[in-house]
Structure formats: C-alpha cells, structure tokens
Design a protein around this ligand. Sequence first.
Ligand code: DAH
Length: 357
Amino acid sequence: MDDLKQKYLGQIAEADDESALESIRLAAVGKKGEVALKMRELGKMTPEERQTAGPALNALKDEINSALAAKKAALADAALDARLREEWLDVTLPARSTRQGTIHPISQVSEEVTAIFAEMGFSVAEGPRIDTDWYNFDALNIPGHHPARAEMDTFYMHRAEGDNRPPHVLRTHTSPVQIRSMEKMGAPLRIICPGGVYRADYDQTHTPMFHQVEGLAIDKDISMAHLKWVLEEFVKAYFEVDGVDLRFRASHFPFTEPSAEVDIRCSWEGGTLKIGEGDDWLEILGSGMVHPKVLAAGGIDPDAWQGFAFGMGIDRIAMLKYGVPDLRAFFDSDLRWLRHYGFASLDQPNLHGGLSR
Ligand code: DAH
C-alpha cells in the first residue's frame, strides 16, 4: 500500500495539466483502478487481515482524492496567473490618437443650447419619442379634426386588431414634453427639452427624423417681454455675436395665444450666410404665450399662472452656425463628413471657455 501511495502522490505532484490528472485519477481510484482491485482482494483475506487492510485502503483512497483536488485547484490558479501576466494593459498610456472619433454637430449644438439655457436657470426635461396622440395633439389644443394633425405628416404606430390602448405616434415635435413636465413638476417651471422628433418628409431641408428644443417658462407674471429677452440672449450667445436683430412676426399655433414666429437678420452675400447683418430674414423658431387650455391639460390653473413657450429646430440652427448646406448629410454617417464637421471629443461647450472652440 505504501508503494501505491508513493507512486500516485508522486505522479500527482508532477502532473502539469488537467487531462494528466484525470488519467491518474482513473488509474488510481477509478472503478477499475488499482485501489479498487486491491479492495476486491479483501474478500480473500482472513477477518483479522481485513480489519486492518479495509480502513487502510479507504484512507489511501481519500488521500489520493484530496491530493487530486488540491492539485486541480493549484493548476487552475497557475493558469489564471499566467493569463493575468499575459493580458495586462497599461491604462496610463496616452491614447493612440485623439482624432479617432468626433462629437456629431447635432450633439454639439444640443450641448451648446443646454449650456446657454442652463445659465438662464432652465433645467433639461425629457419625454418619450413614442407618445400617445393625446400628449402629442389633444393636450396641446390640437383636437382630432384639426388641420395641424394632417400638416404634421405623423407616423402612427401600428395597432393590432382588438388592441384598445390609446393610439401612439412618433412624436412630431417636442411640445408634448411641456405637458409631461407640467404634470410632473407643476408651477413655477422653467425647462428646455432637446430631442429627436419625426415626420414623414424627405428633401434637402427635411429628414424623417430631426431635432427640436422646446422651451417653457411658467410663473405668476410671465409676459411676451420675458420671451423676447430670453430669445435675444440665446441668439447672441449661440451665434457668438454682440448684436442681432430679431423680428417677431405674428403667427398661429394651436398651443399658444398670442403666437409669434421669430426671424433673425442675415445676409446671403456671395452665397455665404452671415448672421446679424444684411437685409434678409431667416425663420428659426415658433413661440408664444401658453394657451390656457394647454396649462389646464397639464394640471396647472390658468387663472393663477401664465407662461411662454418656444420650439426651435436644432438641425436648422446647426446648419446656420456651422455652414452645413444639406440637412440629410447629418444622418448619412459618412466618416469624411463627420471628421470635417465633428468636434473634438474632449471639449465640452460652456459659456466661459467659448461655446464652439
Ligand atoms: N411645436 C411647433 C412645431 O413643431 C413649434 C412650436 C411653436 C413650439 C410654438 C412651441 C411654440 O412651444 O410655442 O412646429
């Protein structure tokens, strides 16, 4: 028995992988292994002999089994150590190139807009891109028969027969976030909501998915004068110019009364667009005083509170500021275009550092 013990413990100590260990296990303590054969011989022994040989064989079997288990664990540890030595990575090394990826102009402009409005005390609110037609239309004073529904070229979500959940749409504007924010936070309120919106439209200045930023300020004595000041401050900061002429043009939206569209003075001399000078006007947003019905839909008492709202096209003001002639290029994922119009990935826009440098 001592010979067996020496032999197998020696082999186990020398085994250098799991399959070698498994062959040793079968030869030693497997069903047909040497220890099992010895056990069979017990029958031929005298009862006295059996009394010492039986327990001794069991002890030998246990000893070999635990040596096998210990060696198996040691081999696994060694394998892990070897892998860790092999696969190390120096995370303190500088990146290979800082021009690998760039910030998309739409992301950049969204950050710029957010930075400017944050400075004026607006926080960022969000809502779902798939919304019910109640949030997208009814709550904004656009009832079922209203022509604005048809004008928006809405994408409706497919409904299975017998599905009686309310109809859902891809939101056609960020205005439904007005209602959701009023419901969630009540008055007073000062939020912007940048995000993607959808309409079935496609040409040089329209893509089926584009971006807007909604603004909403509700308080006891908010007026058109506040709206005008906020938008003027925004445009100056965004286009990084000292003086801009804005033109407030009377307009109509179901969710505001009165309503105004805002144009910015510009020139197209020599085919290039210049903001803040010249005799041309370019429309950049819709706005107005929030309609009492819209406040009520958001759960806010229109006799106690009033507010202004606006909705601006992010892609539009991105094209203007960075000279992008075709809206569709924003969504082509052309690497050369992205490298040309993209922004360094580590630069965060803020008003102190200069928005777009
Ligand atoms: N939701 C409008 C649109 O997509 C834009 C708009 C106009 C938003 C006036 C407003 C607003 O908040 O007051 O065409």
